[in-house]
Design a binder for this molecule. Structure first.
Ligand code: TRP
Length: 323
């Protein structure tokens, strides 16, 4: 029996941060044996929010590919590729356009949010869920791990799959399931949800000095060294749970009994964080210079992804009558 297919896309619009790592990337690595992973870099999705700088999409795409590799995605197991290397996806997007109405797309969150924020909405953003449906359905995806904000998009993909199958009387598309990540979302240095737009992220590969500054500026209350502290209410301790697992009991008791100040706690955290990240950071700084290798990995991935997409599109073209 072949493994169920897990598909995930990430837009190359920002550098990866520890929230991306613990919230998503680490799970992809852990799930590599159980699923056939398709991890792609959604460069066409990035276009609708950054048309103005062609160099940056390319740069972030390679950075993301390197990041995936150094955290442990194995290109022999995982199909790692660039969305735009599989043109069948945009072809399918076109066919789906005829199965969907503007009024239906007007109810999509991403569009409504953009309108509410009075952003200028281009057709790329408006049709974003259709392209995403094509991404999902063309590879026969079984599960699509996403954050809550993307759940609706997976439902739209299911609607499109059903609509297509009903219209053409064939089970061409499989209905995917959203896999919603459990657990609390990662806190940023200000204690709010970690998010690039809030400016509270710690990037995986930013300079050590800059990480130190951010760690030392994590928001805390103003309790003194000897005061008893509730570890669960402290943002620094939140990170200790991720990076200081080996001494977490000792830290917890020093918090609860008093005797550790936030400055010391942050210094310990910084040291543990750097120790944790060092192996992947060392690999990353080497790999990111090897553009040739990164492009080769993406090209190999694209070849494998495209094979699946081409078979699907043959069926689709026949079903709709253009062949
Ligand atoms: N929309 C996703 C995001 O903003 C990225 C994405 C594009 C995606 N296509 C996808 C995610 C297909 C999962 C499956 O994060």
């Amino acid at each position: 029996m072949s493994k169920p297919i897990l598909l995930s896309g990430v837009k190359p619009t920002a550098r990866v941060h520890i929230g991306n790592y613990f919230g998503a990337m680490k799970q992809f690595v852990d799930l590599q044996g159980e699923y056939q992973n398709f991890n792609f870099i959604a460069d066409y999705h990035a276009l609708n929010q950054m048309m103005d700088d062609p160099t940056i999409i390319k740069k972030y795409t390679l950075e993301l590919a390197a990041a995936y590799l150094v955290v442990g995605l194995d290109p022999k197991k995982t199909v790692l590729f660039r969305q735009s290397d599989v043109p069948e996806v945009t072809e399918l997007n076109w066919i789906f356009n005829s199965l969907i109405t503007p009024s239906y797309l007007q109810s999509a969150h991403a569009y409504k949010d953009a309108v509410a924020k009075k952003k200028e909405v281009n057709m790329g953003l408006f049709c974003y869920p259709v392209l995403m449906a094509a991404d999902i359905l063309i590879y026969n995806s079984d599960v699509v791990p996403v954050g809550k904000d993307q759940q609706q998009h997976v439902e739209i993909a299911c609607d499109l799959a059903r609509k297509f199958n009903n219209t053409y009387g064939e089970e061409v598309f499989k209905l995917p399931k959203a896999l919603i990540w459990e657990g609390e979302s990662l806190k940023g240095t200000d204690g709010e949800k970690m998010s690039k737009s809030k400016g509270n992220v710690i990037e995986l590969f930013e300079p050590e000095e800059s990480i130190k500054k951010k760690v030392m500026s994590i928001k805390t209350d103003s309790k003194g060294v000897e005061d008893k502290k509730d570890p669960e209410a402290d943002n620094v301790f939140f990170y200790h749970k991720l990076f200081s697992a080996h001494t977490i009991d000792e830290l917890r008791s020093r918090y609860e009994n008093g005797g550790i100040g936030y400055k010391e706690s942050k210094e310990i955290l910084f040291a543990n964080m750097m120790a944790y990240l060092k192996p992947m950071r060392d690999k990353y700084f080497k790999l990111i210079k090897d553009e040739k290798y990164l492009n080769k990995v993406l090209a190999d991935g694209a070849k494998r992804a495209r094979k699946v997409a081409q078979i699907k599109m043959e069926k689709v073209r026949r079903a709709v009558g253009v062949r």
